[in-house]
Write a protein that binds this ligand. Structure first.
Ligand code: NAP
Ligand code: ZN
Ligand code: ZN
Length: 348
């Protein structure tokens, strides 16, 4: 099935039009006409080979929403005409301990939506910067009907990546929670932490985001470059979610945790971060990581967002503006997620 897309052919050239074949719809498969696809900073890290694991050509995109156009004979959850979502994974082994516990993201054989070996066609999987995708229904999500579809797309990665650690660390009403970095992940993290009833403090390096942070629901905003402002929050946080995509000083944030507080890193800077272990030892603080979330929890997150009317703040772009969007992402200049209007692919 011929599919139109945008791809990176190497780490340095701009993304450009590309086409390839999707597999025919199998008995358990759903074919989705892609309407919108969010632009995650992971797409950029991968397109530019910043994690040094990219196979080219690479079609990024793992925040996919669209319309079901065909279903296989054994598909139960979807029918033609439904809206549906696909996030960062399209398959896993389904039998290991992680898969059995609904944590497919930790399976040794997770098939990522792009840049993973494609067991059906050979080569690599291609993501959502394309007009169509075929996915086993077990990895397709139901999208709440009351939400704006373009603004739902970012929930499929940025939403679950912030929801999962907030839930895992039992963030509840009255806790003091920090969100570091007000980008795609960060701004949804603020909305979700507020949705769980926390007192939310945003840490930003961008002075022009202060008003937005408050509008998005933050109770306080700290300019993280100002040492005095940082000092006021020493030893006070229950939980901090760090979404920063570039090298930065995590020790400065660890010092802001209370005794037994936890900082969870979800941002993936390409270079190692340095850790002063004293910040953990004094105060028995902990540092963790978190990787997206399983399919069951992703559905739970979407249902929560439907109930609480939570979506992403987006800038809708035509696909030929993707390279410009990447350049702006690097400059932390996004309010607060680029989403590609896939109808623009026909004109590209
Ligand atoms: P984004 O929209 O570009 O946001 C990142 C934010 O980090 C920026 O808006 C900026 O916020 C801050 N920042 C950027 N450079 C900085 C620097 N040099 N120093 C301090 N702060 C800086 O990116 P995103 O899509 O939210 O993704 C964030 C990171 O999470 C990426 O590394 C991505 O690969 C990763 N990610 C991880 C997972 C996972 O499962 N763990 C899932 C998705 C994405 P301010 O302007 O407010 O300072
Ligand atoms: Zn992502
Ligand atoms: Zn598995």
């Amino acid at each position: 099935m011929k599919t139109n897309a945008y791809a990176a052919q190497n780490a340095t050239n701009p993304l450009a039009p590309f086409n390839f074949q999707r597999r025919e719809v199998g008995q358990h498969d759903v074919q989705i006409e892609i309407l919108y696809c969010g632009v995650c900073h992971s797409d950029l890290h991968t397109a530019r080979n910043e994690w040094q694991n990219t196979t080219y050509p690479c079609v990024p995109g793992h925040e996919i929403v669209g319309r079901v156009v065909k279903v296989g004979a054994h598909v139960k959850k979807f029918k033609e005409g439904d809206t549906a979502g696909v996030g960062c994974m399209v398959d896993s082994c389904r039998t290991c301990a992680n898969c059995e516990e609904n944590l497919e993201q930790f399976c040794d054989n997770t098939i990522w939506t792009y840049n993973s070996p494609d067991k059906h066609l050979g080569g690599m999987t291609f993501g959502g910067y394309s007009d169509s995708i075929v996915v086993d229904e077990a990895f397709v999500l139901q999208v709440p009907k009351n939400l704006n579809l373009a603004a739902v797309a970012p929930l499929l990665c940025a939403g679950i990546t912030t929801y999962s650690p907030l839930r895992h660390h039992n963030v509840t009403k009255g806790q003091k929670v920090g969100v570091v970095g007000l980008g795609g992940l960060g701004h949804i993290g603020v909305k979700l932490a507020k949705g769980f009833g926390a007192h939310v403090v945003v840490f930003t390096t961008s002075s022009n985001k202060v008003e937005d942070a408050l509008r998005l629901g933050a109770d306080e905003v700290v300019n993280s470059k100002n040492a005095d402002e940082m000092k006021k929050h020493l030893n006070s946080f229950d939980f901090i979610l760090d979404t920063v995509s570039a090298p930065h000083d995590i020790n400065a944030y660890l010092l802001l945790l209370k005794r037994d507080g936890n900082l969870t890193q979800v941002g993936v800077p390409p270079e190692p971060l340095s850790l002063n272990v004293g910040t953990l030892i004094f105060g028995r603080r902990s540092l963790s990581g978190s990787l997206i979330g399983g399919i069951k929890e992703t559905q739970e997150m979407l249902d929560f967002c439907g109930k609480h009317n939570i979506t992403s703040d987006i800038e809708l772009i035509p696909i030929h503006k993707i390279n410009e969007a990447y350049d702006r992402l690097v400059k932390s200049d996004v309010k607060y997620r680029f989403v590609i209007d896939m109808a623009s692919l026909q004109q590209a």
